[in-house]
Design a protein around this ligand. Structure first.
Ligand code: ADP
Ligand code: MG
Length: 693
């Protein structure tokens, strides 16, 4: 395989555009992509024609506008290129209009009540900044999705708006420093975690199939205690899968770079090289889709759920984020002397301020029923948003806040104490894996995202709140006589005001929760509580001010998030009830019956044959069975009382009544599993699943 040759072979990328488009058209398209100029409508026709010819040469017969509705998945509707050509024959055609806009019925997509259902018209519109590609005989045209009245109905349009807002405000800041540039782009590198299990085991678990996670399952005796799986040698079947996946990703121009085993058994990670946010979002959506479809070809199933197995690490997605100018200046690069890099210090201050002011919506941007099992539950990071700066930048900020001289923390040189080994340069700081928002050298890493998340939403929030901080700073600084002293004054004032959000110690340790509470930081442990803050004025106004969401859009999205939470818990609870009543209780009952008949037979043979073992197990299991039945009945009754149409109250009830009910049902069933004969238990165990590939 010639990797440079296959890389991007199915993408209508810059190289192909240059090759196939008339020179003027190419220049106009690149101007839109590179400096955010509005697309010149007259070029749509020639771009469409060239795109179609190229796609047909790749075997495509169809095209689709590919978009990201509020379901969290992607959506596509395929139309063929054919058009009748008079004498019973057809030609292949894609017009400029078909490339630019598609009309579709939006009524079956979530809108959060922002639209009456009879107003069903929706439009998909081409996003020229993300390249089109060919997959399975179809030309995919990345698009946004809006309603007839112009409300956004997807995750991409607000992301693009937030990138525009950040671009505008960041350029103002740069201008204060005398730097002119065409565009400031945000960049994202999402590290994707996932589980791979065998299809055979998957098919035997209704919970995995219906909810993406196991609702029952006793702890396996060898979980991740030995920490042997992390970076462990790849199982040949997994290695073959990863190879296949890489090939598919590379063909679609996705810069898959790193792959390794993760901490938990059956858990893995893929990290791509970062790119512009909206391209990274599209790439990650494709990655998640391909992770699943490629697995099927190998008789495997890819689980993207945040917590498929209780007691085993869940999966997240680290969102590496930065901003850079078209001239290649990374605004988060501290350089060799951060203490004299005033621009860096100002940018850092803006981010610290933004994260502190809007910790609530950052937390909410990653809140889902599934992610609740990770954040603030039994694994890092916690549900409390805080910023980690590391030794070097931490010392710098401390010196500013405390008015002390900055003593540089130098990145040392490392040696392993063996003369033959080379001396290596060390980083200026160690890693802190427990921080939700960590500075890592020349970027921030937001680590609260769930593995299944569409990264568009958290990035929309990050861009918006940073743009807003930039805006306030620019308003204050523009036109000031002595910029240097005005900037320094501002930095000191704002760092002091937002110092509480900085936490450089173990975010997973027992000290942090009470300490965070003393500092007045939010700690929302479930989606219902986390999303509630989205309705607060301040959290709506920031989006309105930056032109990212209208008030109505902001409310609609918060409603959809809660609706989704309620629906998911409802499906899980119903699935749990069914599994308990139809599979687990009968299995326990059968095993108890078999033990009882063993006792009867023993007694019939000879009254002196001991049966203490049977008696003890029968008593324990029969009690658990009764308790399980009662706990399930309670869950069922509590669920029936909830009015699922009233999302706010329903989400609260789900979080505070149903989730604890479900935990109770599970605890009893898992205890029963531990003492029931394997041959009687109706589902594959954690051992079977986690070690089944
Ligand atoms: P780690 O395990 O230390 O987090 P990885 O190499 O797995 O490191 O991931 C780092 C991620 O950060 C990669 O996706 C990388 O491309 C991305 N990244 C590096 N620089 C930037 C940047 N300026 N903006 C956004 N992402 C970046
Ligand atoms: Mg990372």
């Amino acid at each position: 395989m010639n990797l440079p040759e296959i890389f991007g072979e199915n993408v209508f990328n810059d190289r192909v555009q240059k090759e196939r488009l008339p020179k003027e058209v190419y220049k106009a398209l690149r101007a839109t992509i590179e400096s955010g100029k509005r697309l010149d409508a007259s070029i749509a026709g020639p771009v469409a024609a060239a795109m179609k010819d190229w796609a047909v040469s790749k075997g495509a017969t169809h095209y689709t506008h590919w978009f990201q509705p509020l379901t969290g998945l992607t959506a596509e509707k395929h139309d063929s290129f054919i058009e009748p050509d008079g004498d019973d024959s057809v030609i292949m055609r894609l017009t400029g209009k078909c490339l630019t806009v598609g009309e579709s019925d939006a009524s079956s997509f979530p809108s959060g009540g922002s639209r009456a259902t009879y107003m069903a018209r929706g439009y998909t519109a081409w996003d020229p900044t993300s390249p089109a590609f060919v997959k399975d005989g179809t030309l995919y045209i990345p698009s946004i999705f809006v309603s007839y009245t112009g409300e956004t109905l997807d995750k991409k349009a607000p992301l693009l708006r937030s990138m525009t807002a950040l671009n505008i405000q960041a350029k103002r800041i740069l201008k204060v420093f005398g730097i002119d540039c065409k565009k400031v782009s945000t960049t994202v590198g999402p590290e994707q975690e996932y589980f791979i299990i065998s299809q055979k085991q998957y098919e035997k678990r209704k919970d995995l199939q219906l909810t993406g996670r196991t609702l029952f399952g006793a702890k396996v005796t060898r979980g991740q205690e030995l920490e042997e799986h992390y970076y462990g040698a790849l199982n040949p079947k997994i290695a073959a899968y990863m190879r296949d996946l890489d090939n598919e990703l590379w063909k679609l121009g996705i810069l898959s770079k790193t792959k390794h085993n993760e901490v938990a058994p059956a858990q893995h990670e893929m990290a791509p090289i970062y790119t512009t946010s909206n391209v990274a979002v599209d790439g990650n959506m494709l990655t998640m889709e391909l992770m699943k479809t490629v697995a099927q070809r190998h008789g495997l199933v890819c689980l993207l759920h945040e917590k498929p197995f209780k007691g085993i690490n869940g999966s997240g997605k680290h969102n590496n984020f930065s901003m850079s100018t078209d001239g290649g200046l990374n605004l988060l690069d501290p350089g060799d002397h951060p203490e004299t890099n005033t621009l860096f210090k100002l940018v850092l201050t803006a981010i610290i301020k933004a994260v502190d002011d809007y910790q609530g919506i950052l937390r909410a941007s990653v809140a889902t029923a599934a992610n609740d099992h990770r954040l603030g539950a039994d694994e890092a990071p916690p549900a409390i948003v805080s910023v980690y700066l590391g030794d070097q930048i931490g010392a710098l900020v401390d010196s500013i806040v405390n008015g002390k001289d900055y003593v540089p923390v130098k990145a040392g040189k490392g040696s392993i104490g063996v003369p033959e080994s080379p001396i290596f340069p060390k980083d200026a700081t160690d890693r802190n894996r427990t921080s939700p928002f960590a500075f890592t050298g020349n970027k921030f890493e937001f680590r609260m995202l769930g593995s299944a998340a569409n990264v568009a939403t958290p990035n929309t929030v990050i861009n918006t709140i940073i743009a807003d901080a930039f805006m306030q700073f620019a308003d204050e600084l523009e036109g000031k006589e002595n910029i240097e002293s005005a900037v320094n004054e501002l930095i000191e004032r704002e760092l002091k005001a937002h110092y509480r959000i900085i936490y450089n110690l173990d975010g997973y340790g027992p000290d942090w929760e009470p300490e965070a509470e003393r500092r007045g930081l939010l700690n929302h442990k479930n989606t219902a509580d986390a999303v509630a803050v989205r309705f607060e004025d301040k959290n709506v106004e920031v989006f309105v001010r930056q032109g990212v969401y209208t008030k109505q859009e902001a409310f609609a999205r918060a409603n959809i998030q809660l609706e989704n939470y309620v629906k998911i818990i409802n499906i899980e609870a119903l699935t749990m009830i069914k599994m308990a009543q139809q599979d687990i209780i009968p299995a326990i009952s059968n095993y108890v019956a078999s033990l009882c008949s063993t006792v009867a037979i023993k007694q019939a043979v000879n009254a002196n044959i001991p049966f203490d073992t049977e008696k003890e197990i029968i008593t324990k299991l029969a009690t658990l069975e009764d308790n399980l039945y009662k706990a399930t009945a309670k869950l069922e009754a509590d669920l029936a009382k909830i009015n699922k149409e009233e999302v706010i109250s329903a989400s609260q009830a789900m979080a505070h009544i149903i989730v604890p009910d479900m935990d109770a049902v599970r605890a009893i069933a898992d205890e029963a599993e531990n003492i029931t004969a394997t041959s009687f238990w109706p589902f594959p165990s954690y051992f079977d699943i986690l070690y089944g590939v």
